[in-house]
Design a binder for this molecule. Structure first.
Ligand code: G4P
Length: 285
Protein backbone atom coordinates (compact mmCIF):
# COMPACT_ATOMS: atom_id res chain seq x y z
CA UNK A 1 0.00 0.00 0.00
CA UNK A 2 2.91 2.39 -0.48
CA UNK A 3 4.22 4.32 -3.39
CA UNK A 4 7.68 4.16 -4.79
CA UNK A 5 8.45 7.85 -4.94
CA UNK A 6 10.26 9.16 -7.96
CA UNK A 7 11.33 12.79 -8.46
CA UNK A 8 8.43 13.29 -10.89
CA UNK A 9 5.91 12.12 -8.25
CA UNK A 10 7.42 14.43 -5.70
CA UNK A 11 7.32 17.47 -7.98
CA UNK A 12 3.70 16.70 -8.90
CA UNK A 13 2.69 16.19 -5.28
CA UNK A 14 4.29 19.47 -4.30
CA UNK A 15 2.62 21.38 -7.14
CA UNK A 16 -0.80 19.95 -6.38
CA UNK A 17 -0.52 20.65 -2.70
CA UNK A 18 0.54 24.22 -3.40
CA UNK A 19 -2.60 24.61 -5.54
CA UNK A 20 -4.89 23.17 -2.84
CA UNK A 21 -3.27 25.30 -0.18
CA UNK A 22 -4.56 28.43 -1.89
CA UNK A 23 -8.11 27.30 -1.11
CA UNK A 24 -7.69 26.66 2.61
CA UNK A 25 -7.27 28.65 5.82
CA UNK A 26 -5.52 25.92 7.75
CA UNK A 27 -3.53 22.76 7.06
CA UNK A 28 -4.09 19.62 9.13
CA UNK A 29 -0.86 17.64 9.03
CA UNK A 30 -1.24 14.01 10.10
CA UNK A 31 1.75 12.36 11.76
CA UNK A 32 2.10 8.93 13.30
CA UNK A 33 2.30 9.49 17.08
CA UNK A 34 4.88 6.69 17.30
CA UNK A 35 7.26 8.53 14.98
CA UNK A 36 6.40 12.25 14.92
CA UNK A 37 9.82 13.11 13.50
CA UNK A 38 10.23 10.32 10.96
CA UNK A 39 6.66 10.63 9.64
CA UNK A 40 7.05 14.32 8.77
CA UNK A 41 7.35 15.19 5.12
CA UNK A 42 10.64 17.09 4.73
CA UNK A 43 9.26 19.75 2.36
CA UNK A 44 5.95 20.66 3.94
CA UNK A 45 7.31 23.45 6.15
CA UNK A 46 8.49 25.40 3.09
CA UNK A 47 5.20 24.99 1.26
CA UNK A 48 2.92 25.86 4.17
CA UNK A 49 4.83 29.00 5.10
CA UNK A 50 2.89 31.10 7.61
CA UNK A 51 -0.45 29.37 7.16
CA UNK A 52 -1.88 28.10 10.47
CA UNK A 53 -1.12 24.46 11.02
CA UNK A 54 -2.79 21.80 13.12
CA UNK A 55 -0.58 18.78 13.74
CA UNK A 56 -2.43 15.56 14.49
CA UNK A 57 -0.47 12.88 16.33
CA UNK A 58 -2.58 10.00 15.09
CA UNK A 59 -2.59 6.38 16.29
CA UNK A 60 -2.05 7.59 19.84
CA UNK A 61 -3.58 4.28 20.99
CA UNK A 62 -0.35 2.60 19.82
CA UNK A 63 2.12 5.22 21.11
CA UNK A 64 3.68 5.80 24.53
CA UNK A 65 1.32 8.24 26.29
CA UNK A 66 4.02 10.11 28.22
CA UNK A 67 6.07 10.61 25.08
CA UNK A 68 2.98 11.86 23.22
CA UNK A 69 2.50 14.47 25.98
CA UNK A 70 6.11 15.58 25.50
CA UNK A 71 5.58 15.88 21.75
CA UNK A 72 2.46 17.96 22.31
CA UNK A 73 4.45 20.34 24.52
CA UNK A 74 7.28 20.53 22.00
CA UNK A 75 4.95 21.19 19.07
CA UNK A 76 3.14 23.92 21.00
CA UNK A 77 6.48 25.55 21.71
CA UNK A 78 7.22 25.42 17.98
CA UNK A 79 4.08 27.49 17.31
CA UNK A 80 1.79 24.88 15.76
CA UNK A 81 -1.48 23.52 17.15
CA UNK A 82 -1.08 19.86 18.11
CA UNK A 83 -3.73 17.30 19.01
CA UNK A 84 -3.32 13.58 19.74
CA UNK A 85 -5.96 11.24 18.34
CA UNK A 86 -7.08 7.75 17.70
CA UNK A 87 -8.41 8.33 14.20
CA UNK A 88 -10.98 5.58 14.59
CA UNK A 89 -12.70 7.01 17.65
CA UNK A 90 -15.97 8.96 17.55
CA UNK A 91 -14.54 12.13 19.15
CA UNK A 92 -12.22 12.90 16.22
CA UNK A 93 -14.36 15.60 14.65
CA UNK A 94 -14.80 17.52 17.91
CA UNK A 95 -11.10 17.35 18.75
CA UNK A 96 -10.00 18.48 15.30
CA UNK A 97 -12.66 21.17 15.13
CA UNK A 98 -11.61 22.64 18.49
CA UNK A 99 -7.96 22.71 17.45
CA UNK A 100 -8.73 24.17 14.02
CA UNK A 101 -10.82 26.95 15.60
CA UNK A 102 -7.95 27.75 17.94
CA UNK A 103 -5.41 27.76 15.11
CA UNK A 104 -7.45 30.14 12.95
CA UNK A 105 -8.90 32.37 15.68
CA UNK A 106 -6.69 35.34 14.87
CA UNK A 107 -7.43 35.26 11.13
CA UNK A 108 -11.16 35.04 11.65
CA UNK A 109 -11.17 37.75 14.31
CA UNK A 110 -9.30 40.00 11.88
CA UNK A 111 -11.87 39.25 9.17
CA UNK A 112 -14.66 40.08 11.58
CA UNK A 113 -13.07 43.41 12.49
CA UNK A 114 -12.92 44.24 8.79
CA UNK A 115 -16.63 43.51 8.53
CA UNK A 116 -16.19 40.36 6.41
CA UNK A 117 -19.09 37.95 6.92
CA UNK A 118 -18.16 34.88 8.91
CA UNK A 119 -17.82 31.69 6.85
CA UNK A 120 -16.75 28.12 7.50
CA UNK A 121 -13.07 27.51 8.18
CA UNK A 122 -11.57 25.72 5.17
CA UNK A 123 -9.09 22.97 5.89
CA UNK A 124 -7.18 20.23 4.14
CA UNK A 125 -5.50 17.09 5.42
CA UNK A 126 -1.97 16.21 4.36
CA UNK A 127 0.58 13.58 5.30
CA UNK A 128 2.72 10.68 4.15
CA UNK A 129 1.05 7.33 3.26
CA UNK A 130 -0.55 5.22 5.98
CA UNK A 131 -0.60 7.76 8.81
CA UNK A 132 -4.42 7.60 8.83
CA UNK A 133 -5.54 10.44 6.52
CA UNK A 134 -8.43 8.51 4.92
CA UNK A 135 -9.51 7.08 8.26
CA UNK A 136 -9.80 10.58 9.70
CA UNK A 137 -11.57 12.05 6.65
CA UNK A 138 -14.08 9.18 6.61
CA UNK A 139 -14.61 9.55 10.33
CA UNK A 140 -15.24 13.28 10.03
CA UNK A 141 -17.44 12.91 6.95
CA UNK A 142 -19.36 10.06 8.62
CA UNK A 143 -19.21 8.19 5.33
CA UNK A 144 -16.63 6.59 3.12
CA UNK A 145 -15.20 9.24 0.83
CA UNK A 146 -13.53 8.11 -2.37
CA UNK A 147 -10.32 6.32 -1.50
CA UNK A 148 -7.58 8.19 -3.27
CA UNK A 149 -5.30 5.38 -2.24
CA UNK A 150 -1.78 6.51 -2.09
CA UNK A 151 -1.67 8.64 -5.18
CA UNK A 152 0.96 11.30 -4.82
CA UNK A 153 -0.36 14.79 -4.30
CA UNK A 154 -4.11 15.21 -4.49
CA UNK A 155 -6.58 14.14 -7.15
CA UNK A 156 -8.22 16.90 -9.16
CA UNK A 157 -11.91 16.39 -8.38
CA UNK A 158 -11.86 17.75 -4.88
CA UNK A 159 -15.03 18.53 -3.02
CA UNK A 160 -15.77 20.24 0.24
CA UNK A 161 -17.16 18.11 3.05
CA UNK A 162 -19.16 19.77 5.78
CA UNK A 163 -17.32 18.90 8.97
CA UNK A 164 -19.31 19.85 12.06
CA UNK A 165 -20.75 23.35 12.17
CA UNK A 166 -17.61 25.40 11.75
CA UNK A 167 -15.41 23.65 9.26
CA UNK A 168 -15.27 22.53 5.64
CA UNK A 169 -12.73 19.95 4.63
CA UNK A 170 -11.35 18.97 1.23
CA UNK A 171 -12.41 15.36 0.69
CA UNK A 172 -9.08 14.25 -0.76
CA UNK A 173 -5.93 14.40 1.33
CA UNK A 174 -2.57 15.63 0.10
CA UNK A 175 -0.30 12.59 -0.06
CA UNK A 176 3.34 13.46 0.53
CA UNK A 177 6.53 11.46 0.36
CA UNK A 178 8.34 10.21 3.47
CA UNK A 179 11.88 11.05 4.49
CA UNK A 180 14.59 9.00 2.87
CA UNK A 181 17.51 10.57 4.64
CA UNK A 182 18.94 7.70 6.67
CA UNK A 183 18.55 4.03 7.45
CA UNK A 184 17.13 4.47 10.95
CA UNK A 185 14.31 6.67 9.63
CA UNK A 186 13.59 4.02 6.98
CA UNK A 187 13.47 1.37 9.70
CA UNK A 188 11.03 3.40 11.81
CA UNK A 189 8.81 4.07 8.79
CA UNK A 190 8.80 0.42 7.92
CA UNK A 191 8.25 -0.72 11.49
CA UNK A 192 5.11 1.42 11.71
CA UNK A 193 3.87 0.39 8.25
CA UNK A 194 4.41 3.72 6.46
CA UNK A 195 6.67 2.23 3.80
CA UNK A 196 6.78 -1.12 2.07
CA UNK A 197 8.68 -3.89 3.79
CA UNK A 198 10.61 -4.74 0.66
CA UNK A 199 12.36 -1.38 0.43
CA UNK A 200 14.10 -1.93 3.75
CA UNK A 201 16.00 -5.03 4.84
CA UNK A 202 13.68 -7.01 7.14
CA UNK A 203 16.50 -8.26 9.36
CA UNK A 204 17.60 -4.69 9.98
CA UNK A 205 14.07 -3.68 10.97
CA UNK A 206 13.71 -6.56 13.44
CA UNK A 207 17.16 -5.88 14.89
CA UNK A 208 16.30 -2.20 15.25
CA UNK A 209 13.00 -3.07 16.99
CA UNK A 210 14.59 -5.58 19.36
CA UNK A 211 17.48 -3.30 20.31
CA UNK A 212 15.02 -0.46 20.91
CA UNK A 213 12.93 -2.64 23.21
CA UNK A 214 16.00 -4.09 24.93
CA UNK A 215 16.91 -0.52 25.89
CA UNK A 216 13.48 1.05 26.45
CA UNK A 217 10.96 -1.74 27.02
CA UNK A 218 12.88 -4.71 28.43
CA UNK A 219 10.27 -5.96 30.86
CA UNK A 220 7.50 -5.76 28.26
CA UNK A 221 9.64 -7.62 25.72
CA UNK A 222 10.49 -10.40 28.17
CA UNK A 223 6.89 -10.74 29.25
CA UNK A 224 5.39 -10.76 25.76
CA UNK A 225 7.68 -13.47 24.39
CA UNK A 226 8.09 -15.25 27.72
CA UNK A 227 11.87 -14.91 27.57
CA UNK A 228 14.47 -13.69 30.01
CA UNK A 229 17.03 -11.43 28.38
CA UNK A 230 18.85 -8.51 29.97
CA UNK A 231 20.36 -5.25 28.80
CA UNK A 232 23.58 -6.99 27.71
CA UNK A 233 22.15 -9.98 25.86
CA UNK A 234 23.60 -10.24 22.32
CA UNK A 235 21.08 -9.68 19.55
CA UNK A 236 21.47 -13.20 18.12
CA UNK A 237 20.65 -14.63 21.55
CA UNK A 238 17.47 -12.56 21.64
CA UNK A 239 16.46 -14.05 18.28
CA UNK A 240 17.27 -17.52 19.63
CA UNK A 241 15.26 -16.96 22.80
CA UNK A 242 12.18 -15.78 20.88
CA UNK A 243 12.53 -18.62 18.37
CA UNK A 244 12.74 -21.19 21.16
CA UNK A 245 9.90 -19.67 23.14
CA UNK A 246 7.61 -19.51 20.12
CA UNK A 247 8.72 -22.86 18.73
CA UNK A 248 9.97 -21.36 15.47
CA UNK A 249 12.25 -24.22 14.48
CA UNK A 250 13.33 -25.75 11.21
CA UNK A 251 14.29 -29.35 10.55
CA UNK A 252 17.31 -30.28 12.64
CA UNK A 253 15.96 -28.16 15.49
CA UNK A 254 17.56 -24.97 14.12
CA UNK A 255 15.91 -21.66 14.90
CA UNK A 256 13.85 -20.33 11.99
CA UNK A 257 15.23 -16.77 12.01
CA UNK A 258 12.99 -15.66 9.17
CA UNK A 259 9.88 -16.44 11.18
CA UNK A 260 11.28 -14.70 14.24
CA UNK A 261 12.06 -11.64 12.12
CA UNK A 262 8.55 -11.47 10.66
CA UNK A 263 6.88 -12.09 14.02
CA UNK A 264 8.88 -9.37 15.76
CA UNK A 265 8.06 -6.85 13.01
CA UNK A 266 4.32 -7.60 13.02
CA UNK A 267 4.05 -7.75 16.81
CA UNK A 268 5.84 -4.40 17.11
CA UNK A 269 3.86 -2.81 14.28
CA UNK A 270 0.56 -3.83 15.84
CA UNK A 271 1.69 -2.54 19.26
CA UNK A 272 1.19 -6.01 20.74
CA UNK A 273 4.46 -5.91 22.68
CA UNK A 274 3.68 -2.48 24.06
CA UNK A 275 2.84 1.12 23.21
CA UNK A 276 6.11 2.38 21.86
CA UNK A 277 7.24 5.76 20.54
CA UNK A 278 10.44 5.56 18.55
CA UNK A 279 11.12 9.29 18.15
CA UNK A 280 11.82 11.13 21.38
CA UNK A 281 10.54 14.69 21.74
CA UNK A 282 13.62 15.78 23.62
CA UNK A 283 16.18 14.15 21.38
CA UNK A 284 18.54 16.27 19.32
CA UNK A 285 17.83 15.64 15.66
P1 G4P B 1 -3.67 6.96 4.78
O1 G4P B 1 -4.99 7.44 4.23
O2 G4P B 1 -2.90 8.05 5.45
O3 G4P B 1 -2.83 6.25 3.78
O4 G4P B 1 -3.97 5.91 5.95
P2 G4P B 1 -5.30 5.06 6.26
O5 G4P B 1 -6.40 5.97 6.71
O6 G4P B 1 -5.57 4.16 5.11
O7 G4P B 1 -4.82 4.23 7.54
C1 G4P B 1 -3.75 3.28 7.46
C2 G4P B 1 -3.99 2.20 8.50
O8 G4P B 1 -3.92 2.77 9.81
C3 G4P B 1 -5.36 1.53 8.41
O9 G4P B 1 -5.19 0.19 8.81
C4 G4P B 1 -6.16 2.26 9.48
O10 G4P B 1 -7.26 1.50 9.95
C5 G4P B 1 -5.10 2.44 10.54
N1 G4P B 1 -5.38 3.57 11.45
C6 G4P B 1 -5.67 4.85 11.13
N2 G4P B 1 -5.78 5.62 12.23
C7 G4P B 1 -5.55 4.79 13.29
C8 G4P B 1 -5.49 5.00 14.72
O11 G4P B 1 -5.62 6.11 15.25
N3 G4P B 1 -5.19 3.90 15.47
C9 G4P B 1 -4.98 2.67 14.93
N4 G4P B 1 -4.70 1.66 15.76
N5 G4P B 1 -5.01 2.44 13.60
C10 G4P B 1 -5.29 3.50 12.80
P3 G4P B 1 -5.14 -0.99 7.79
O12 G4P B 1 -4.64 -2.17 8.53
O13 G4P B 1 -4.42 -0.56 6.55
O14 G4P B 1 -6.62 -1.18 7.38
P4 G4P B 1 -7.85 -1.64 8.29
O15 G4P B 1 -7.30 -2.46 9.41
O16 G4P B 1 -8.51 -0.40 8.80
O17 G4P B 1 -8.67 -2.39 7.33
Amino acid sequence: MSINWFPGHMAKARRQIEESLKKVDVVIEILDARIPYASKNPMLDHVIGDKPRVVVLNKKDMANGKETDRWIARLKAEGVYPVALNGKEPNVLKKIENTVVEATREIFERMERKGINPRAIRAMIVGIPNVGKSTIINNIAKRKVAKTGNTPGVTKAQQWIKAGTKMELLDTPGVLWPKFEDASIGQKLSLTGAIKDNVVNLDDIAIYALKFMQTHHLEGLNKFYNINIDANTEIVEIFDAIGRSRGFKMSGNEIDYERVTERVIYDTRDAKIGKLTFDFAQEEE
